[in-house]
Design a protein around this ligand. Structure first.
Ligand SMILES: Cc1cc2nc3c(=O)[nH]c(=O)nc-3n(C[C@H](O)[C@H](O)[C@H](O)COP(=O)(O)OP(=O)(O)OC[C@H]3O[C@@H](n4cnc5c(N)ncnc54)[C@H](O)[C@@H]3O)c2cc1C
Ligand SMILES: NC(=O)c1ccc[n+]([C@@H]2O[C@H](COP(=O)([O-])OP(=O)(O)OC[C@H]3O[C@@H](n4cnc5c(N)ncnc54)[C@H](O)[C@@H]3O)[C@@H](O)[C@H]2O)c1
Length: 476
């Protein structure tokens, strides 16, 4: 059985969003081997943040007590939280699938895994051969597996499975020090689970600016058990009568190889990064270029490369090719690909200059642009003086209202020009507070003009951003 299409898209995450009305009446194939809608909708951004919100509510009594308000937390109903989340998400996934599969007559959904047999040719697991004029590879990434004994036990989860567990564990070991580990440690910690986070590095979130990584590590240590410079050696059932359902013993060693004693838990979450799905797609065998980490190589227009040159009619976007494993980047690249697929004039290039991200922990983290270390190198290279400020939330009226002790806005700029190079926030609603700074960087608005060229509402928390901008003491 074989078919030919005008366009085939592998992956229904951000890949699904490239189909606009310009494709109506043209033959399109969507190949999706997993759940329709991809990672963000089903097992990523959306369900995690839907857990973050109620987990934050569960932590309110502890916060309120500091401000003279006594609240009590009666119970956290894991099943009710879980079912609300997936009741909404599963329906969105099913509706999205039905729209493509049933409603749109020009679209064929191949609900199975496929691999490349050539640059614009695929075969599905059931043997259906597909060729296409244009191919969009939006095949995403998957959790990295850790090659330790016991990693296959049913008590061991990844972000793909942990959110659907029947009940919250009493004790959870989380392996990894990145985004996924931090967010789940915060969620489970806030709802009362005893969390132990095992991290081989010397701090959490070490790819962030060092001030934020250091301060967040300290904040996390006040909320759950963080074992730095530690690795897991294996996972084994602790109760021989219940090997697949009872507690497990997680072996630990420090990074010098010394035994760091086992820790017992009911479940383990492995959050050791995500690898691009190019291997299961046979991308290398099809002659496509890969980066050392397995990502597809693309040019600025999202064209897939082979031998360093764009392959005609083959495009990629999102986690399968991007160094930023973020949904807003995948969506941006999808918009670029959507334009370029039917472009009659110049192609659009992706803009990866100021990619922001946020970690939805407690406190929240948000960042855009260079770290201080990167900015120091940049300023040395361009002959500019570096300006850095760390402004406490607690230095503003709203910070007093919150009795905030940990929130910061760290800004980095060129002193002479006032050009913002980086912004690194930790604290209440950091993911929202950062947005005007992202806008300033995109529009090249100098720090001082941003501070003094507009009103800032008093006494809103945004005053901490205004004060940080003034504190840079830049020209421009
Ligand atoms: C727990 C978690 C939380 C996250 N939170 C955030 C967040 O808050 N903010 C943020 O910006 N990002 C977040 N991310 C990252 C974000 O989810 C991803 O960057 C984004 O979903 C990538 O989209 P994509 O379209 O590239 O890939 P995906 O959405 O993964 O889509 C790829 C699809 O391709 C299918 N597929 C793969 N190979 C094949 C094949 N050979 N044949 C057929 N089908 C195939 C897969 O089944 C999948 O459905 C989070 C990720 C995780 C895991
Ligand atoms: N809020 C958000 O935007 C958000 C939330 C979750 C995930 N994400 C995206 O998903 C991606 C994946 O998240 P992640 O947390 O899995 O990856 P990550 O790259 O953020 O962190 C991976 C962690 O695993 C550790 N690790 C890697 N290999 C290991 C090994 N063999 N043994 C022990 N530890 C090991 C690393 O040292 C690091 O601490 C992120 O890079 C991020 O882009 C974004």
């Amino acid at each position: 059985m074989s078919a030919h299409h005008d366009l085939v898209i592998v992956g229904s995450g951000s890949g699904n969003s490239i189909l606009g009305p310009e494709w109506d009446g043209r033959s399109v194939g969507i190949v999706e081997g997993g759940t329709f809608g991809g990672t963000c909708l089903n097992v990523g951004c959306i369900p995690t943040k839907m857990f973050v919100y109620p987990a934050g509510l569960a932590a309110v009594p502890a916060e309120a007590a500091r401000l003279g308000v006594d609240l009590t937390r009666d119970a956290v109903h894991w099943q009710a939280i879980r079912d609300r989340i997936f009741g909404r998400i599963d329906a969105i996934s099913a509706d999205g699938r039905a729209y493509r599969d049933v409603t749109q007559e020009n679209v064929t959904l191949y609900a199975e895994h496929a691999r490349l047999t050539g640059p614009r040719a695929l075969v599905t697991d059931s043997g259906r051969a597909i060729t296409t004029d244009q191919l969009v590879i939006a095949a995403g990434s998957r959790p990295r597996e850790l090659p330790v004994p016991g990693a296959g036990l049913p008590q061991v989860h990844t972000s793909d499975t942990i959110m659907r567990i029947p009940e919250a564990p009493r004790r959870l070991v989380i392996v990894g020090g990145g985004y996924v580990a931090a967010e789940f440690a915060a969620i489970f910690g806030q709802i009362g689970v005893e969390v132990t986070q095992v991290v081989r590095g010397t701090a959490l979130l070490t790819h962030l600016d060092a001030t934020v990584a250091e301060r967040f590590t300290a904040a996390a240590r006040g909320q759950w058990d963080v074992r730095l410079s530690t690795e897991i050696t294996g996972i084994a059932p602790a109760d021989e009568d219940r090997p697949g359902t009872g507690p497990v013993r997680v072996g630990l060693m420090d990074t010098d190889g010394n035994d760091a004693g086992p820790v017992e838990a009911d479940l383990v979450l492995i959050a050791a990064g995500r690898i691009p799905n190019t291997d299961r797609l046979d991308a290398a065998a099809a002659g496509l270029d890969l980066h050392p980490d397995g990502r597809l190589a693309v040019d600025a227009y999202q064209r897939v490369l082979a031998g360093g040159r764009p392959v005609p009619g083959v495009w990629a976007l999102g986690d399968v090719s991007s160094e930023h494993q973020l949904k807003h980047v995948a969506n941006h690249e999808a918009r670029v690909v959507a334009h370029n697929l039917t472009a009659t004039g110049p192609l659009l290039a992706s803009d990866h200059r100021f990619v922001p991200s946020a970690v939805f922990t407690h406190p929240q983290l948000a960042q855009v642009g260079m770290t201080e270390a990167q900015a120091r190198e940049h300023c040395a290279a361009v002959g500019e003086e570096l300006a850095v400020v760390v402004q406490d939330y607690g230095s503003t009226a709203y910070g007093w209202a919150m009795e905030d002790t940990t929130g910061i806005v760290k800004l980095i700029a060129e002193r002479g020009t006032g050009r913002l190079l980086g912004a690194h926030l930790m604290g209440h609603e950091a993911s929202m507070l950062i947005q005007p700074l992202i806008q300033a960087m995109h529009t090249d608005l100098p720090a001082h003009r941003m501070a003094r060229g507009q009103y800032w509402i008093h006494p809103a928390l945004t005053e901490v951003v205004e004060n940080a901008l003034l504190g840079l003491g830049t020209g421009g």
